[in-house]
Design a protein around this ligand. Structure first.
Ligand SMILES: Cc1cc2nc3c(=O)[nH]c(=O)nc-3n(C[C@H](O)[C@H](O)[C@H](O)COP(=O)(O)O)c2cc1C
Length: 205
């Protein structure tokens, strides 16, 4: 069923006609699992573009588009790993070479890393937190889009996004911050199905 079919059937009436597509969407949301172990192949550029185009349809108050992506391709991981290690050495001058190698390896945990960057801008009606919230939605969209295309993904964070050496390596402007490092690739192993979670709901009736 295409989006046009859905719009048509929505205009025509019974919600039941939407049930199959709706349940697909709900299942995709419910069943997605993060994949800490990722290997080759990662998504190619066309697939990445499709994922990122889908992700930027996130809710965005004022249509400010207060986010951007930095794609770390396989070949760019070594330089990123060096930047992470430089940042670690700056923070901990006593770090051993082995520790620095372990930090370098963080950049090689997946074939592709998408850095989701929030770029909040001054706005009379849309505070910075709302703009960062939009970037968070975008990041989740990347993870969901990867899952939809059959790739594994995991959203990671950490202090590296605040480290001057890493920020300089990524070319972040002063007003930009890292919302997430989305690691993408082929899952090394299948993740256990999600244990259903009861949502905390207060019904006001
Ligand atoms: C903002 C944010 C930051 C996260 N940072 C990390 C991280 O640095 N390392 C990590 O292992 N998981 C991190 N996670 C959690 C994983 O992305 C993932 O949600 C978690 O492993 C649970 O797996 P699930 O998504 O399959 O439920 C983070 C999640 C969010 C939303």
């Amino acid at each position: 069923m295409t989006r046009a079919d859905i719009r048509e059937s929505r205009a025509a009436g019974p919600r039941a006609t939407l049930a199959r597509d709706a349940s697909d969407v709900l299942a995709a949301l419910r069943e997605r699992r993060s994949c800490p172990g990722l290997t080759l192949p990662g998504p190619d550029h066309d697939e990445l573009r499709a994922m990122l185009e889908a992700a930027v349809s996130a809710p965005d108050h004022g249509r400010l588009r207060p986010w951007r992506f930095i794609v770390v391709d396989a070949a760019a991981r070594t330089a990123l790993g060096d930047a992470l290690a430089d940042a670690h050495a700056e923070r901990d001058p006593a770090a051993t070479p082995e520790e620095l190698d372990r930090v370098r390896a963080k950049a090689h945990r997946a074939p592709t890393i998408v850095v989701v960057v929030a770029a909040p801008q001054p706005h009379p009606k849309v505070p910075a937190w709302e703009q960062r919230a939009s970037a968070v939605c975008v990041a989740h969209g990347v993870v969901l889009a990867a899952d939809a295309l059959g790739y594994g993904a995991i959203w990671r964070t950490g202090w590296f996004g605040e480290a001057p050496k890493v920020r300089a390596h990524l070319g972040l402007a002063a007003h930009e911050d890292v919302t997430g490092w989305i690691y993408l690739g082929t899952p090394v192993r299948q993740q256990a199905p999600r244990t259903p979670t009861e949502p905390a709901i207060t019904w006001l009736t």
